[in-house]
Design a binder for this molecule. Structure first.
Ligand SMILES: Cc1cc2nc3c(=O)[nH]c(=O)nc-3n(C[C@H](O)[C@H](O)[C@H](O)COP(=O)(O)OP(=O)(O)OC[C@H]3O[C@@H](n4cnc5c(N)ncnc54)[C@H](O)[C@@H]3O)c2cc1C
Length: 504
């Protein structure tokens, strides 16, 4: 007789793992199918020159005792196992702006945050207090974010339609302060007059509450969750790509794998991008109008990354990140041309158990649109399926990396001399490893002008097919975790899990 799982999960990103871990604890027989060799999606790490690099977890917020991510991680038994390093209380991010020698400081804790920014903006206390109060107020409207059950869906409606740009411009006319307050916009991909305040608020709030690095890489989150899932009887199959979601008589009965075999289940959760999920699901239950509505939603831009391995004791390690922006490009940092690229970058120093005073490595992250690598879109390259994209692609990457390094070196003289080797990743790398169409960093871009249109429900028209992951509510490790919880509640049909997490 064929094996039938209670829950089949397509994809082992943060959202998929949260669902598998929680539902496994609830007694469901779970099977996770992951196309890659490594589980974790954007939590994956890779090793270059014996150094670990994160693909998509440079730092985490909300991990202070009692805070939202802390409570979920505590419930999942990750606290105490994960090696976390608190970032510098007085500076977790530094904002640097072209032609300005100052370094603007984001500190942990709201009063501390205000106190530090007041040093550079002494006349802006009112604006800073209004900013912080609004961030907290907006966040308080999201019940799940506060691990509160029984919330009223209308609670948040009034804050979904606030334009981030309009809000920031309304609290201060000081252009520099405006730029500083959206300085770490790479955390959410700022689009002026589009990005809603709530996206900025939920992300900034979590880091202002507390900021952390995962020592030796974010893939440790995956490692411990995979252990949990197996402990609760779950099955995780890597190198297992789903090609089709098979619907019969109004329900999903199985998924078809790349090798032609099927995995059967009672319920199915897709951690893939919703567009991919719908493409794989042939059924009249999902109307063409819904399919094209989801397909037409804009994705956040992709990224270009330079991962640097430093020579021994050559470059100082700092416990904070840097975010740079070019003067005059505050609201549209991804709207670059080939000439003025990049308009923004961020620098992350990995936290390693090996070294403290000197950095072993550094990641430079900047925006890159998929169209910039479209020429090579026909090539697919992963560890399991190595393909050479060609000499002109290599030349393109080198040209971009050298330009980026030169810009960073303006701020950090001597950088180039400290480099032992560097490695790059483009939108194609993210497309091939994550499985979306365009290497988008954070999935569907939210829009304050029509917020409900950019919210994706965990439920679909097929009663036993659910969605999860960053495309639902919010991106980031915290956002995908919250999305995982939303999906679990939809599967379980109640909110009891919130209470369990709050009381963990
Ligand atoms: C460059 C970058 C930097 C980031 N930095 C941070 C940070 O510092 N802090 C933070 O909190 N967040 C950060 N993020 C965001 C965060 O990593 C993501 O929002 C989050 O991990 C996404 O989780 P997800 O559940 O949506 O799954 P994803 O990570 O999107 O994973 C989806 C999974 O599904 C699998 N899959 C897809 N198709 C199939 C198929 N057909 N069959 C089987 N499996 C399939 C994929 O292989 C993948 O494993 C960053 C992201 C990027 C790209």
């Amino acid at each position: 007789m064929q094996q039938q799982f209670d829950i089949v999960i397509i994809g082992s990103g943060m959202g998929g793992l949260i669902c598998a871990d929680i539902l496994g604890r609830e007694g469901y027989k779970v099977c996770v199918l992951e196309k890659n060799k490594q589980a974790g999606g954007s939590l994956q790490t890779y090793v270059r020159d014996k150094v670990i690099f994160d693909s998509g977890v440079h730092y985490l917020g909300g991990l202070g005792e009692g805070q939202n991510l802390y409570q979920v991680f505590k419930y999942l038994g990750l606290i105490g196992r994960l090696k976390l390093q608190k970032m510098d209380e007085d500076v977790f991010d530094k904002i640097i702006i072209q032609n300005d020698p100052k370094e603007y400081v984001y500190a942990q804790g709201y009063e501390n945050f205000i106190r530090h920014l007041l040093k550079d903006f002494p006349h802006e206390e009112k604006a800073l207090r209004t900013y912080c109060d609004k961030i907290k107020e907006v966040c308080s409207r999201f019940p799940l974010y506060n691990l509160r059950s029984g919330g009223d869906v209308n609670e948040k409606t009034s804050v979904l339609e606030i334009d981030l740009q309009q809000f920031i411009e309304s609290i201060t006319s000081d252009k520099k302060l405006q730029a500083v307050l959206v300085g770490n916009n790479m955390l959410y991909v700022l689009q002026g007059n589009k990005t809603p305040l709530y996206v900025h608020a939920m992300i900034l709030n979590s880091y202002i509450e507390s900021s952390w690095k995962c020592i030796d890489g974010g893939s440790n989150i995956t490692k411990y969750m995979v252990q949990n899932i197996r402990k609760h009887g779950g099955d995780i199959r890597r190198n297992t790509e789903v090609k089709k979601i098979v619907v019969e008589e109004g329900k999903v009965v199985s998924v078809e794998l790349a090798n032609g075999t099927h995995v059967y289940g009672k319920n199915f959760i897709s951690n893939m991008h919703p567009v991919r999920t719908l493409e794989m699901t042939e059924t009249e239950l999902i109307k063409p109008a819904y399919r094209s509505r989801v397909k037409d939603l804009e994705n956040t831009v992709s990224s270009f990354i330079v991962n640097i391995v430093f020579k021994k004791n050559a470059f100082p390690h700092t416990k904070h990140n840097y975010y740079y922006q070019k003067e005059g490009h505050v609201w549209h940092p991804a709207a670059h041309t080939d000439e003025n690229w990049p308009l923004a970058y961020s620098l992350f120093f990995a936290s390693s158990s090996k070294t403290e005073a000197y950095a072993e490595s550094m990641t430079i992250l900047t925006y890159m649109r998929f169209e910039e690598v479209e020429k090579w879109a026909g090539t697919f390259n992963t560890v399991a399926n190595e393909v050479d994209r060609g000499k002109d692609y290599e030349a393109f990457k080198t040209r971009k990396a050298e330009k980026l390094i030169s810009l960073v070196e303006e701020k950090f003289p001597g950088l180039r001399n400290a480099i032992q080797s560097y490695y790059t990743a483009t939108p194609l790398s993210y497309r091939d490893y994550i499985g979306n169409d365009d290497g988008s960093m954070y999935g569907i871009a939210k829009d304050y002008r029509n917020p409900l249109k950019t919210f994706i429900s965990p439920r679909t028209k097929i009663p036993n097919l659910f969605l999860t992951g960053q495309n639902l509510n919010l991106h980031g490790v915290l956002g995908a975790t919250m999305s995982g919880l939303v999906t679990c509640m939809a599967v379980l049909g109640n909110e009891d899990i919130i209470e369990k997490i709050r009381n963990a």
